[in-house]
Write a protein that binds this ligand. Structure first.
Ligand SMILES: [Zn+2]
Length: 133
């Protein structure tokens, strides 16, 4: 068990283990089979509802990996600083994206296209920024 939390891409070291290994949202317990995904996770995450640069542990809750992904996505959609992009992509790429979302998110959430595309753009930009360093 490591006494660290992620904070804006950095790893913050803490004096003690901040997690109790139970998800605050779905009550999943680390090491058990997750009731929704059927996977076994080895750790929980510390989710930041708000980032406080003076106190990285402030406004955090402990979540299992699937709940963390959903919480980040919900935070993201509720923020008002959203831009709309109208993009044209090849049919084949769109088909593959929809199939991927169907499998990964069981096709339930319309918003996962936005989430997935945002994640892809972020990865692309991180990669490009890393090349410049
Ligand atoms: Zn959970």
């Amino acid at each position: 068990m490591t006494n660290t939390i992620g904070f804006k891409g950095q790893t913050i070291h803490l004096d003690s283990e901040p997690r109790i290994r139970v998800c605050n949202r779905c009550r999943y317990v680390v090491g058990k089979i997750h009731p929704i995904t059927g996977k076994v996770y080895t750790k929980t995450h510390r989710h930041h509802e708000v980032y406080d640069y003076n106190d990285p542990m402030a406004h955090t809750i402990e979540l299992c990996p699937p709940c963390h992904r959903i919480a980040d996505f919900e935070n993201y959609v509720t923020k008002s600083n959203m831009a709309k992009l109208l993009v044209v992509i090849p049919d084949e790429l769109e088909k593959r994206l929809r199939e991927h979302i169907q499998v990964r998110y069981k096709g339930k959430k319309q918003g996962f296209i936005t989430y997935t595309v945002t994640e892809a753009i972020e990865r692309y930009l991180q990669e490009e920024e890393r090349k410049k360093e």
